[in-house]
Design a protein around this ligand. Sequence first.
Ligand SMILES: *Cc1c(COP(=O)(O)O)cnc(C)c1O
Length: 343
Amino acid sequence: MSSAPADFRSDTLTRPDAAMRAAMAAAEVGDDVFGEDPTVRALEVEGAQALGQAAALFVPSGTMANQVAIHVHCRPGDELICEERSHVFVYEGGSAARLSGTQVRPLRADDGFPAPEAVRAAVRADDVHLPRSRLLVLENTHNMAGGRVLAPERFAALLGVARERGLLVHIDGARLANAAVALDVPMARLAEGVDSVTLCLSKGLGAPVGSLVAGSSAFVAAARRARKAFGGGMRQAGILAAAGLLALRDGPARLATDHARARELAAGLREVRGLQPLAPETNIVMVDVDGARAPSLVRSLAAAGVAALALGDTRVRFVLHRDLDASAVPRCIAAATAWARTA
Ligand SMILES: *Cc1c(COP(=O)(O)O)cnc(C)c1O
């Protein structure tokens, strides 16, 4: 049994491997705010292509990627529509309100993806009393719904409603590569016809820092201004973009392993008394814990060298990623089984 802790708390925990560190050390750099960093440029060109968009912008985080997009798309007093557990609504420090004066209209949807009829019904009439409905934000995969994948038919229907009602569409694609691998389609297919899309290079793809936000050339030009205003203009950022390039090129091929291990973990935990894992679609396993014992489970796992995140008293999240070795899943199942015997 390996003694290094098996850390399932997040796929942001991955550390750059030796090849990535070597690429970073060797990166050609310049001042990116002057537009003179060749490695950042290369990443933005390849990223735009991978996401099927005309242009892309390298930003420090997924949060900034989403927030510059909201800032470009919405004027103060506009309303954006999203699912109620969306990252842009719950986990970005209220930035849509803080930075863009944008009001959020959250919709409830068990699987993380609002029904097209619900979106249609949420669009405000053209009336001076009402905010202007401006933007639909879709999260693919949906983190808090358990890494759920937005099915292409549902995506097409949502895009249709947005077009019909004059909404712009933004995809929070922090884990879009996971969705693409799960559906066995190129990422670009999952962002066809949208106004902007993001991708986190620093999650399962393995880069230490950085995200992309992509769209039309005009969108990216405006996003570049917003990034600078938000304090995200980076200088010799090619050091980071070199890691991002490897993440973009080589990262997706690794994700199928994470997804297979997520299924193994869920299958193992399903046999443990008191635990009900949701069936994983990608690299996230949400587990409901009977009797408000999520904190007890997490403490017990930690004592056995397995880290996971309690989401309140009744749910624990496990995220698979490339820095977990083959022993991590069996070790986690064994530790949970031991917990169930004593708890
Ligand atoms: C992680 C994540 C982000 C961005 O997070 P950062 O920590 O700012 O990079 C955005 N959306 C979703 C769905 C995420 O899981």
